[in-house]
Write a protein that binds this ligand. Structure first.
Ligand code: G4P
Length: 295
């Protein structure tokens, strides 16, 4: 996809974030890596693993209300095979949130026993929430903190402005210091991020993006678009994305003055409906295709 190659982030940004995270590592007990359950692989910052080094970690598959439930289960099993504890939840309804603190305690079981042995029974557990923009970090922290959301005042040795939050008795969360950019240099990853809306649309050609998405859905989830937009699977089998988009506009009666189809309106509709799961709960990254994925 042409547009995708032009999206760049400055390595300098990551260097700053890397330094900020490294500076916090000694203050935290574990890292909760937030991933989008629709694209667990593509929403993972590729450098995070080396940045957090050997800190205990776990995965939160967020937005699972919009992902395919069976695929989410396969992701959790695949991560477990790597020895990584993963929980699936969504911050929209709050489903699965209750499993988070117990999961962190499982990951830290040995540490917690060691603290107890030393008489540090009530020691606060401190967890950094790490994830690329838009994955739901603020929503997650807000949900976890609930009504009692409380920003912890600056701690000694911690730079002012750090985002610490108390979310339970003896349990604090730290929001990612800095910005963890996704992996834009892989075009397939960039496209998936754009489909779910993690890349600002104003830097993309909406019709081109919607056309690519329609081709992708036609190839992988044809029923999702055929039902919704009354498309004939046979007819669109080898069609270009733009042709499918024109058909969507026609079937939806999206016409401009003079009768030409309004493909721009159709593009916005297709992207919106995909992003809000109106086209179904669709997971774009399959666990079985991401064998080499390490966290
Ligand atoms: P960030 O801090 O990692 O950048 O993400 P943030 O919490 O701001 O969430 C980004 C968007 O994702 C928000 O939508 C948020 O409501 C939505 N979101 C977060 N978690 C979930 C989830 O589990 N399920 C669903 N369906 N959506 C989720 P937005 O459109 O940017 O804002 P708004 O609609 O909340 O106003």
């Amino acid at each position: 996809m042409e547009e995708m190659h032009t999206i760049q982030w400055f390595p300098g940004h990551m260097t700053k974030t890397k330094r900020k995270i490294e500076a916090q590592l000694k203050l935290i007990d574990a890292v909760a890596i937030l991933l989008d359950a629709r694209i667990p692989y593509s929403s993972c910052n590729p450098d995070l693993r080396s940045i957090i080094n050997n800190k205990p970690r776990m995965v939160v598959l967020n937005k699972c209300d919009m992902a395919d439930a069976a695929e989410t289960k396969r992701w959790i099993a695949a991560l477990r095979q790597q020895g990584i504890t993963a929980v699936a939840l969504d911050c929209k309804t709050g489903n699965g949130l209750k499993g988070f603190i117990p999961a962190v305690k499982t990951v830290l079981a040995d540490k917690i026993s060691a603290w107890q042995a030393k008489g540090m029974k009530g020691r606060t557990i401190k967890v950094m929430v790490a994830g690329i923009p838009n994955v739901g970090k603020s929503s997650f922290i807000n949900r976890m903190a609930g009504q009692s959301r409380a920003k912890v005042e600056d701690r000694p040795g911690v730079t002012r402005g750090n985002q610490w939050f108390t979310v339970g008795k003896g349990f604090d969360l730290l929001d990612t210091p800095g910005v963890l950019w996704p992996k834009f240099n892989d075009p397939a990853v960039g496209e998936k991020l754009a489909y779910i809306g993690s890349v600002k649309d104003d830097v993309l050609d909406t019709e081109h993006l919607a056309g690519r998405l329609l081709e992708y859905l036609r190839n992988n989830f044809p029923q999702s678009i055929c039902e919704r937009y009354r498309l004939n699977e046979e007819e669109i089998r080898s069609a270009q994305g733009y042709t499918i988009l024109e058909q969507v506009a026609k079937n939806r009666g999206m016409l401009m003055a003079g009768g030409a189809v309004n493909t721009e309106r159709a593009a916005i509709t297709v992207l919106d409906e995909f992003r809000s799961a109106v086209l179904g709960r669709i997971t774009l990254d399959k666990a079985e295709e991401c064998n080499g994925f390490r966290i």
